[in-house]
Design a protein around this ligand. Structure first.
Ligand SMILES: Nc1ncnc2c1ncn2[C@@H]1O[C@H](COP(=O)(O)OP(=O)(O)OP(=O)(O)O)[C@@H](O)[C@H]1O
Ligand SMILES: [Mg+2]
Length: 532
């Protein structure tokens, strides 16, 4: 159980949430929603005990399982199974069992007796913790979130960002928590895993708070919705399921809009009156008061206006290039003994649109990284065509310099950009005022995505490599990205689980991994997208 009393949330000096109270008890399934940068992640970190509120208290009872939005970077040498088992402290007992088991097999006499005794002791502890059943449960959960058995013995360092996040999710679910706090749990999951997660969360008997932009997940799992309104800095608590919430919220928004229109009308009337009174010296003070009242009325209206804006997004006009700006032949890549793909050829013509499909771990991100020259292929080569200008959008935002400010990141993206131009452009991506001086590290998930995309826009790239560009985005920002993809005139190589993004791309070809088979696009492939 979680009990939140009068907590006030700030980011630096900025107020995100005015004092708010609520509890999360068993059976509460709460969807926490709100636009990018509203403060959802910040609030959840505080609930999980990883951040402190500016005021107020959080009380926690029982075991809390928290999945952060960004994958943590812990010890990457441990293998996936140990990482998941560590949730219940089983990893160390498992390691001891394996060590003493091996010792029993390779020793004799007194040594062997000692190993046997140690083994028996470890096994007793193991059984007390749920033992073999628990280990099997861990494997089952892992398989359900898309981590097959062969991955279980790999160290975390060899996993893709998406796989690492799955391992974290599996670990949290294996924990057996009383309360689950999940920040965008469907990022990086394939369709099967998402369906499984939905039914898991439906049947979960404890308390749940989930941040998600996935309407289907919210529709099927939550019985309450907390809407974090970034304009008013309050949490609107709806004790309704998702569909009812949407209706109610629309009614509320309409009412607020009416109220805003009224405020504007009133303010205009006050101003007019103030103007007519200012002429008379005796009424000057009254006129000033009226003006101030009008300004106060308008303050709220303005804030609402700016908050409702979304980034108007357009990808760059591509700089000129030859007929085939990028091509690759015979690409092969392995991580240790695991072969990701073998002998893949790809030709990207000017303005062509390719979607890369393949099951999880089939190497989609790896392929883009090879094309972007961030990794070396084991065999084969990538060839630049005449005039190539690449723009790479990375799933994990690793193209951003996290210690640099928003403005630094922007300036680094194009050589001839002046600070003023950079600020103007950032403004159109909704980074205004002090926002541009924030270090990229503190940005919200959606803000990082916006910054990375803004960098692409100034680059005049003629080939864009896009890896899951719609993750983390609120619906309005997602719609903008889709529009930008739709209207961009250069070539795009797209990796995504988002069917809408593929439709916006109007692909002319697909590349199927790990085989590397190329095919002309046909609408039947859309079913593969969600599977990928
Ligand atoms: N240390 C900090 N200094 C300044 N601003 C910060 C700091 N930490 C967070 N912020 C800002 O606080 C706001 C809320 O961030 P948060 O990550 O909680 O948003 P969110 O609702 O989770 O958004 P998203 O949907 O994009 O994940 C953002 O505008 C972010 O840039
Ligand atoms: Mg967030």
């Amino acid at each position: 159980m979680l009990s939140v009393r009068e907590i006030e949330v700030r980011a630096g000096a900025r107020l995100l949430i005015e004092p708010a109270s609520f509890t999360v008890s068993s059976g509460d399934k709460i969807g926490l929603v709100g636009r990018n940068g509203a403060g959802k992640t910040t609030l959840m970190r505080i609930m999980a005990g990883e951040g402190l509120p500016a005021a107020g208290t959080v009380q926690r009872k029982g075991v809390i399982g928290y999945l952060p939005q960004d994958p943590r970077t812990g010890d990457l040498h441990v293998d996936v199974r140990s990482r998941i088992l560590s949730a219940r402290g089983l990893d160390q007992i498992m390691t001891r069992l394996e060590r003493y088991g091996a010792a029993m097999a390779s020793t004799v006499g007194a040594e062997r007796d000692k190993a046997m005794a140690a083994y028996a002791k470890a096994e007793t502890e193991f059984l007390a913790e749920g033992g073999y059943g628990a280990a099997a449960e861990a494997s089952r959960i892992a398989a359900n979130v898309g981590l097959p058995d062969r991955v279980m013995t790999q160290p975390l360092s060899t996993l893709s960002g998406g796989q690492r996040r799955r391992a974290e999710l599996a670990r949290i679910l294996f924990l057996g928590a009383d309360t689950l706090l999940l920040d965008e749990p469907t990022n990086h999951l394939d369709a099967d895993s998402i369906v499984w997660l939905r039914s898991y969360l439906q049947g979960f008997p404890g308390g749940l708070v989930v941040i998600s932009h996935d309407a289907a997940l919210l529709g099927e799992t939550v019985n309450k919705v907390f809407h974090l309104d970034a304009t008013r800095c309050v949490i609107d608590q709806y004790h309704l399921g998702w569909a009812k919430y949407l209706e109610q919220r629309e009614t509320d928004e309409r009412r607020r809009k009416r109220e805003r229109a009224n405020a504007e009308r009133k303010a205009a009337a006050l101003m007019a009156q103030a103007d007519s009174m200012r002429a008379k010296a005796t009424k000057a003070v009254a006129a000033q008061n009226m003006e101030r009242r009008a300004e106060r009325l308008l303050e709220g209206v303005e804030a609402a206006r700016t908050q409702e804006k979304v980034a108007r997004l357009r990808f760059p006009e591509p700089s000129p290039c030859g007929k085939t700006p990028l091509s690759a032949s015979g690409l092969s890549k392995s991580y240790g003994s695991l072969e990701v793909f073998f002998d893949v050829d790809l030709v990207i013509d000017r303005g062509s649109r390719v979607v890369v499909l393949g099951l999880n771990g089939a190497g989609k991100t790896t392929l883009l990284r090879l094309l972007a020259r961030l990794d070396e292929a084991d065999l084969g080569e990538v060839t630049d065509g005449h005039g190539l200008k690449l723009g790479y959008y990375a799933q994990e935002h690793e193209t951003l310099d996290m210690s640099g400010t928003v403005l630094d990141n922007m300036m680094a993206a194009a050589e001839d950009l002046t600070p003023t131009e950079a600020r103007t452009l950032l403004g159109s991506f909704l980074f205004t005022g002090d926002d541009v001086d924030k270090p990229a590290r503190v940005l919200s998930g959606g803000e990082k995505t916006r910054l990375a995309l803004a960098r692409l826009v100034v680059s005049r790239a003629n080939v864009l490599l896009l890896d899951e560009p719609t993750n983390n985005l609120d619906p309005a920002s997602r719609a903008e990205i889709l529009h930008a993809i739709d209207t961009y005139r250069g070539a795009i190589v797209l990796v995504t689980h988002d069917e809408g993004a593929v439709l916006a791309l109007h692909p002319d070809r697909v590349l199927l991994l790990p085989d590397g088979t190329e095919d002309l696009w046909n609408p039947e492939y859309i079913e593969w997208v969600a599977l990928a």
